[in-house]
Design a protein around this ligand. Structure first.
Ligand code: FDA
Length: 309
């Protein structure tokens, strides 16, 4: 990644946490182009998109947007939204599970409160046969997120897993430990702005670490979601699993809603398990900004679509 792109990305990621920019954007709703990456503002809209993806052979993980809540009431509202979502998944017969963010459940306010909310959702999900994945947010929350997953797993929740980011130096060690504990992981490159003291700055090295982590997981046999749109990595996974006799039931590919959809469908047709991450809700702003930062060309795309109207 050249220096200009890196600075641009860093500036955009800085905007993800900016409250003024957030207010401005949400006022203009999905017209800013967020609908390319967000399934809708309502659960009904997301269920409709999930149904369409299921029809093309792609499974889903539904994510109710919202992060860094600032009150217990907001955390409780989020928990209720997830309980409704579990019900909607079953009622609509969707092939899908859920992803959630610990700061949405009040992690920044009180870890015990957050754990209790996630525990209730995970148990409700278990009763409906639905898997729950805790997304990984920025590094101040890594330890607490892993603690919550380990606590719930030790309590007998077999339907919980989390995410590891290849950009962090600590991740090789985390992956080894979590694999030994049999914890289901999604591997990603990492979407947040992190200090160089803890994160790999070079994109090439992050990509290499991603492959290293994938290999460790595939060799471990513990179920792994490989979440990337990087076609070279996807090709490499296809070839590695073929030559090392890794069963297709030991892993799945995951991609984001609205990105590389034809590739998602094509992999599903080839017999791979593919899951699309389908976010919805009115608090879409930080999620949208992270998608722009991943690919500067997206900013141009959005700008063009604004001027076309
Ligand atoms: P890379 O950035 O190298 O992109 C490879 C190619 O994919 C690009 O050349 C481009 O063509 C396409 N592409 C990538 N991003 C795009 C975009 N935004 N718009 C259009 N095209 C794009 N992160 C995190 O920190 N915590 C988490 O919990 C998750 N969860 C998660 C779930 C799922 C299902 C996915 C796919 C990703 C995440 N991420 C995440 C985000 C992840 O860390 C990463 O930022 C993005 O996946 C982009 O990285 P790639 O692996 O796609 O590679």
């Amino acid at each position: 990644m050249d220096i200009g792109t890196r600075l641009f990305r860093s500036a955009l990621l800085g905007l993800a946490g900016n409250r003024v920019a957030k207010k401005f954007s949400e006022r203009y709703g999905m017209k800013l182009g967020a609908s390319r990456f967000v399934a809708g503002e309502t659960m009904e809209a997301a269920i409709e998109q999930a149904r369409r993806l299921n029809q093309s052979g792609v499974m889903v993980t539904l994510d109710y947007l919202g992060e860094s809540v600032t009150s217990i009431e907001e955390a409780e509202a989020c928990e209720r939204a997830y309980i409704d979502l579990l019900q909607a998944i079953r009622t609509a017969n969707i092939e899908g599970n859920i992803s959630l963010k610990p700061t949405q459940f009040g992690l920044a306010l009180n870890e015990d409160l957050c754990l209790a909310g996630i525990r209730r959702v995970t148990r409700e999900a278990a009763e409906r046969g639905i898997f729950v994945r805790l997304d990984m947010e920025d590094s101040p929350w890594t330890d607490a997120t892993l603690r919550i997953v380990r606590t719930l797993k030790a309590e007998g929740c077999g339907n919980i897993g989390t995410v590891i980011q290849a950009c962090l130096y600590r991740s090789r060690q985390d992956v080894r430990a979590l694999s030994a504990e049999g914890i289901n992981l999604r591997l990603v490159k990492g979407a947040y702005k992190e200090p160089p003291s803890i994160a790999i700055a070079s994109k090439r090295k992050v990509d290499a670490n991603m492959r290293h982590l994938i290999k460790t997981r595939l060799d471990s046999g513990v179920y792994t979601a490989i979440a990337t749109h990087d076609e070279e990595i996807i090709q490499w996974v296809k070839s590695y699993t073929r030559t090392h006799n890794v069963s297709r039931s030991a892993f799945e590919f995951q991609m984001l809603y609205g990105i590389r959809t034809p590739l998602q469908v094509s992999l599903a047709r080839q017999g791979y398990t593919v899951r699309s991450y389908v976010p919805f809700g009115s608090s879409w702003y930080p999620y949208f900004v992270r998608r722009l930062a991943e690919r500067p060309a997206n900013v141009l795309f959005i700008a063009r679509s604004l001027f076309k109207k």
